[in-house]
Design a protein around this ligand. Structure first.
Ligand code: FPP
Length: 237
């Protein structure tokens, strides 16, 4: 515990390994995702308890639509049941939920569930849980570039005015601090189209643990590793 000297303000997690966790137990992939949801629930409250202010999780990428239809349907159903099951406790615990990603592709049922969880938890000040759903960094940047180009064409801004701050505030993550620590589980070492702009100065932590097995001890290990890092932001000490 004492090694967690420096608590990251914003942790982002690539929750990977649900499928392998299920296969190792002779279970269906959907059961792996359900176990992943339970790991997420515990991680949210553990992070809030430790003092993390922002927790962003990669729950569904734009590429995930290419998975077998039954798996996609199962994940969408999990979003809806997750909202039903967890909204009251999130509200009670002071955790507000924000969605990042292109919301236009979801069914009405999923869109309603997402609006419900964002609405009911709004104002929670202990921590913000950011769910990246139908998210990819490249499409986020593409959308932001289109918007800036539209504004330039309309004469609202000059192209020379476009600076890093303006780009940051055109992304889904406008108003959010950049992640300090990015965790990826399951022994994969990739960013997979996640927060590429925002990750410029993030520290990375990789673990072989499969997402459904991620627990408080693993979260503390990641924060301890982060605490031992020397962040120089391109400068010298
Ligand atoms: C990656 O594991 C995980 C996902 C694509 C989905 C993440 C979803 C959850 C943790 C469930 C809870 C969250 C919501 C809001 C739906 P994988 O399936 O790629 O695992 P594998 O690489 O072992 O096959």
């Amino acid at each position: 515990m004492s090694e967690m000297k420096n608590i990251p303000q914003h942790i982002a997690i690539i929750m990977d390994g649900n499928g392998r966790w299920a296969r190792l137990r002779g279970k269906e992939r959907s059961e792996g995702h359900f176990a992943g949801m339970e790991a997420l629930q515990k991680t949210v409250y553990n992070a809030a308890d430790i003092g993390v202010k922002w927790l962003t999780v990669y729950a569904f990428s734009t590429e995930n639509w290419g998975r077998p239809q039954a798996e996609v349907d199962g994940l969408m159903e999990l979003v809806c049941t997750g909202v039903e099951m967890h909204t009251p406790e999130l509200k009670k615990q002071g955790v507000s939920v924000k969605i990042i990603g292109d919301k236009s592709r979801f069914s009405q049922k999923v869109s309603d569930a997402l609006a419900r969880i964002e609405g009911h938890t709004a104002g929670g000040e202990r921590m913000t849980l950011v769910l990246a759903l139908n998210y990819s960094s490249r499409s986020e940047i593409q959308t932001a570039m289109q918007e800036l180009a539209r504004r330039a064409k309309a004469g609202e801004i000059e192209p020379e005015e476009i600076d890093e701050k303006m780009i940051s505030s055109s992304l889904y993550t406008a108003e959010m601090p950049d992640p300090d620590l990015i965790i990826r589980t399951s022994g994969e070492y990739r960013l997979s189209n996640f927060l590429m702009w925002q990750a410029s100065y993030a520290e990375f932590y990789f673990t072989d643990v499969l997402w459904p097995d991620f627990n408080r001890e693993e979260l503390e290990k990641a924060i301890e590793a982060f605490s031992a890092r020397d962040r120089r932001y391109g400068l010298v000490k």
